[in-house]
Design a protein around this ligand. Structure first.
Ligand code: BGC
Length: 559
């Protein structure tokens, strides 16, 4: 969690350090959509009172909030504007805005392909071949997302058929902030549990002879973070996201595969990590095993990102990258866009005050803005912040303000608790299209811990409207990214058969109407004809299969 706290009071924002409660800055609201810094305490620059990281965050915060909160041309509202109407205006992205964002996206992709260090990283994955579906073999995969670790044994059976034996482990919250060695040791302990539970013998090194490598088990590792890959099985972390911050990786130059391998070695496992894969590339490859027209992989879950096949000639920065791959004569390579980082400069995507509020309380303030507008980790929290604001105007849950009896007093506190309102709630609420909104009332009663009788029909209507505004914005923005990819590679839609986009993630799977919103946005950006050639296809848990496929490709390369 962030050690910076932001409080709003009487049109002022107070920023303070969580640990030392030193008042850092006061930002004055000049008009409803514009805040300016009006005071900085001298102690602000005093190192003992504020750690450098906190100082950096405060500065990001200051620039965040001192620039107009809405960075698009919509005129700021008058204070008298109905708050719900204001929300509609702020969250709704017009066709012109969507097209401006898409154009910028394409430009940023170009920059990321040209040079290192651009906002959109456009990371080469070193996967240069398409799969045919005829590959065979048995491989292991470790698929580490933002919420779970999946340990899988994948059998590629040929003819596009795959069988998977797997077990899912929820990543304990404390490990998301623990030293990286602890996280990786836990991964290894999960592998041991998998072997025990499935009744397979654990491949251990013979203490006498030290078994030869060909007896080892090959593993593909899906590590769903921004990684600067330098080979199929090498890479260093570029940025943490999704609430992870494990010391010992970022900025140390440590190789991720080497560290994980070390954890296996300590436990004397005969397991060799041969491939490092992003979940987007994994999903793309898993789908490609069955469907050769699949050229794009997207994740819309805890985090969000996309990968796609790019041509060698467009990857202009390739020559400047440190690679020892003798096969640099490839024609196409999967590029991991890391689109979470799109528009971190906040030039083009409009953000609301709730997005800013959410951002400053994260441990990666000022980065992954696109992800914070789209992904499942954040969707519910944006809704909660908006609802807390509406509640302060007595526009929702007015009974909670009475504070009369106990459940309602506790409920008011629940509404102030970060991340208590999840994206699962958002999906459940939007799914209720009945006239009495009984399911919405039930979800809200569960969330707040009050009887359904304490939730009015107006509460249900307001909450459903907010959920739908936040969800629709997210789905549209994800479509903008997909449209940008097809604008960069128009040839993928030239043939009548078009292209499949493999998508995994709880939002795509569970948010009602996500696919339709994406398709409608794609039609607006690419036109009817080209959109007709795009198939958005749910590929569940594909990243593990994809990691196994990359482990196979790595084994082939070593021959
Ligand atoms: C990470 C990406 C990942 C995405 C989806 C983002 O936070 O930076 O590498 O693909 O989440 O899991």
């Amino acid at each position: 969690m962030s050690d910076i706290r932001v409080q709003r009071r009487d049109g002022e924002i107070r920023v303070s350090s969580f640990r030392q409660v030193h008042h850092v800055a006061v930002l004055k609201r000049l008009d409803p959509a514009d805040f300016r810094i009006i005071t900085f305490r001298p102690t602000f620059l005093d190192p003992p009172t504020l750690a450098p990281r906190a100082l950096a965050r405060a500065l990001v915060l200051a620039t965040t909030i001192s620039t107009p909160i809405m960075s698009h041309p919509t005129p700021p509202s008058a204070d008298s504007e109905d708050p719900l109407a204001r929300l509609e205006r702020e969250f709704n992205l017009t066709p012109v805005q969507l097209s401006t964002i898409a154009t910028r996206f394409v430009n940023e992709m170009r920059k990321g392909l040209d040079r290192h260090g651009a906002t959109l990283p456009m990371i080469p994955t070193y996967v240069t071949s398409s799969v045919t579906g005829h590959e065979r073999g048995s491989y292991m995969a470790l698929d580490m997302g933002g919420t779970n670790l999946r340990v899988c044994r994948v059998d590629l059976e040929g003819a596009g058929r795959v069988s998977v034996e797997q077990e899912t482990f929820v990543i304990p919250a404390e490990l998301k902030l623990a030293p990286i060695v602890d996280l990786f040791d836990w991964v290894v302990s999960c592998v041991e549990l998998f072997f025990t539970h499935k009744g397979h013998p654990l491949p251990l090194v013979d203490p006498e002879t030290e078994a030869a490598q060909q007896d080892s088990l090959y593993v593909g590792f899906t590590f769903s973070f921004s990684v600067n890959q330098t080979a199929l099985n090498r890479g260093t972390l570029l940025a943490w996201s999704k609430g992870f911050h494990c010391p010992g990786l970022l900025g140390t130059g440590a190789d991720i595969v080497e560290l994980l391998q070390e954890s296996f070695r300590r436990r004397r496992h005969r397991i060799v990590v041969t491939a490092l894969v992003n979940d987007t590339a994994g999903t793309l490859l898993a789908c490609g095993y069955q469907d050769p027209t699949c050229k794009v992989g997207v994740i819309l879950g805890t985090g969000t990102n996309a990968a796609y096949y790019e041509t060698r000639s467009a990857l202009r920065k390739w020559g400047t990258l440190p690679h020892e791959d003798p096969r640099s004569s490839f024609t196409e390579m999967i590029i991991n866009t890391e689109w979470a980082e799109f528009d971190d400069e906040r030039d083009v995507v409009p953000v609301t005050r709730y997005d800013c509020e959410l951002d400053v309380a994260t441990n990666d303030v000022g980065t992954s803005i696109f992800e914070k507008l789209i992904s499942g980790l954040y969707l519910g929290e944006v809704v909660r912040l908006a609802l807390a604001d509406l509640h302060s105007h007595k526009l929702v849950f007015p009974r909670l303000a009475d504070g009369a009896d106990q459940p309602f007093r506790t409920a008011q506190k629940t509404l102030t608790e970060p991340y208590r309102f999840t994206s699962e709630y958002v999906s459940l609420i939007v799914a209720d299209t009945s006239s009495d909104l009984a399911a919405v009332a039930q979800v809200l009663a569960d969330f707040l811990g009050v009887p359904t009788a304490g939730i009015s029909h107006t509460d249900c209507v307001v909450v459903r409207t907010v959920c739908s505004l936040v969800g629709t914005r997210a789905a549209r923005l994800s479509a903008v990214g997909v449209a940008a990819i097809f604008t960069r590679r128009p040839e993928l839609l030239e043939k009548e058969e078009g292209s499949t986009v493999a998508v995994d993630g709880s939002l795509f799977e569970k948010y009602p109407g996500w696919v339709e919103i994406m398709e409608e946005t794609l039609r607006g950006l690419l036109g009817e004809e080209r959109t007709r050639r795009i198939r958005l296809r749910l590929v569940k848990d594909g990243s593990g299969i994809g990691a196994a496929i990359v482990a196979m490709l790595a084994a082939q390369q070593q021959k």
